[in-house]
Structure formats: structure tokens, C-alpha cells
Design a protein around this ligand. Structure first.
Ligand code: CA
Length: 222
């Protein structure tokens, strides 16, 4: 799950970023509206947290341009206390939800999860691979009909491998989906994640092959 935070208050941006990363979100941060607009044209996100009062280009304009490009990504708007007209205007421009500052991080995360679920239910799908099923909308996987306990990153890796099953996926492609751009990706972080996933899938005969020097391949034992 990759999230963009557009917030010019460095203290708030930093707190948000750290908290969301702890919950296994891949997080990027834009510190002004121009940067946010630029990043949003270049990179796909699963969710955008958008402060309305941004320098250079305000949040309304960022949102307007985003929707004008046809982007469906869920947007959660952050507004100042009691700014009712801002909330209405934001929703009119295509925001999906709003939160009034100051807010509690657990509430933000609960709303983010709800938005991500909703965002996916439109374009979500059921991926199947042998005994393995992944509901990209509900973010749930089952193996032989039994729920599979996966971390957010394991689920992310599995989704990419299933979407491209039979083809080799390299580590860079996995890292791009799972980590923010300034996030330190340990050299073996992806390997560790794949290793854990592999152990959970092996009992059902679902194999993730390592293709030396190239990446990973999802294939099912005959
Ligand atoms: Ca601001």
C-alpha cells in the first residue's frame, strides 16, 4: 500500500510518516502543492492524504488537477478546525473523506483503511492461483479455503506475484510497490519477505522460485 502525504508542516508530516511506516505503509511526502502535483502525475498511489493549506499550489488545486486527469485514487483531506466551507469545497472537488486538525493517529489510520477498502472495491478483484485466492478489495488471502495470515508487505508481494504469475518479477519492481522513495530498503528486506511467504505457501504446493540474478516467479507444483 503506497501512500502520499502532502503536508507542509514538517512536524506533522514527520509524525504521520513514521506512524504509517510502522503500520507497513509505503509512504512518500510532498511538502508543497507543486511537488504533490508533480509526484501525483508520475507515481501511482493507493491513497493520498492532502492538507488544504499548502504553499505554491493549495490543496484544492492539487485535488482539482488530480481529478481532471481522471485519477480515482482515494483522497483524505486535512482541514483546519471548523472550516466547514473548506470541507464542502473539498468534497465537491472529489475528496473522499476529511479529517479536522488536530486529529488522533488511530482515527486517521481507521479512516485510511476504510478508504482503501472502498477504493479497491470498485477496481478490486479476486486473484486465483491453484489453491490460493487473494481478494485485492478486502486485502485477504486464503489457501485451500483457510485464511492465510500475512503481513501487509507479504500481502503486497503476493499480489504482485499473482498478477504476474508465470513471469519473473524483479526486486526493484517489488521494492517500488512496497516502499516509499526515501525509505531505507535493507538489501535483503525483499528476500526475507519472500522467504516468509514461501514457507506459508509451500505446504499447499505453491512455489515461489528464485531466478538467480533476475527475480522471483510464482509457479504451482503440478
Ligand atoms: Ca498547511
Amino acid at each position: 500500500m503506497r501512500v502520499l502525504i502532502a503536508e507542509d508542516d514538517p512536524v506533522l508530516a514527520d509524525a504521520l510518516m513514521r506512524s504509517l511506516r510502522q503500520s507497513d505503509f509505503a509512504v512518500d511526502c510532498a511538502h508543497d502543492g507543486e511537488q504533490a502535483d508533480h509526484v501525483l502525475t508520475a507515481q501511482n498511489y493507493d491513497l493520498v492524504i492532502l492538507d488544504l493549506g499548502l504553499p505554491k499550489l493549495d490543496g484544492f488545486e492539487v485535488l482539482k488537477r488530480l481529478r481532471r486527469r481522471g485519477a480515482m485514487v482515494p483522497v483524505l483531506v486535512l482541514t483546519a478546525r471548523d472550516a466547514l466551507t473548506d470541507r464542502v469545497k473539498g468534497l465537491d472537488l472529489g475528496a473522499d473523506d476529511y479529517l479536522t486538525k488536530p486529529f488522533d493517529l488511530p482515527e486517521l489510520e481507521a479512516r485510511m483503511r476504510a478508504l482503501i477498502r472502498r477504493g479497491y472495491s470498485g477496481g478490486g478483484s479476486l486473484l486465483m492461483h491453484g489453491p490460493l485466492t487473494l481478494d485485492t478489495g478486502g486485502r485477504r488471502a486464503t489457501l485451500d479455503g483457510a485464511p492465510l495470515e500475512l503481513s501487509a508487505r507479504e500481502l503486497g508481494v503476493l499480489e504482485i506475484l499473482m498478477l504476474r504469475s508465470g513471469r519473473v518479477v524483479n526486486k526493484e519492481q517489488l521494492a517500488e510497490k512496497l516502499y516509499g522513495w526515501d525509505e531505507e530498503v535493507g538489501s535483503n528486506a525483499i528476500e526475507v519477505c519472500v522467504h516468509r511467504l514461501r514457507r506459508k505457501l509451500e505446504p499447499a504446493g505453491v512455489a515461489i522460485r528464485t531466478i538467480r540474478g533476475l527475480g522471483y516467479l510464482l509457479e504451482k507444483d503440478a
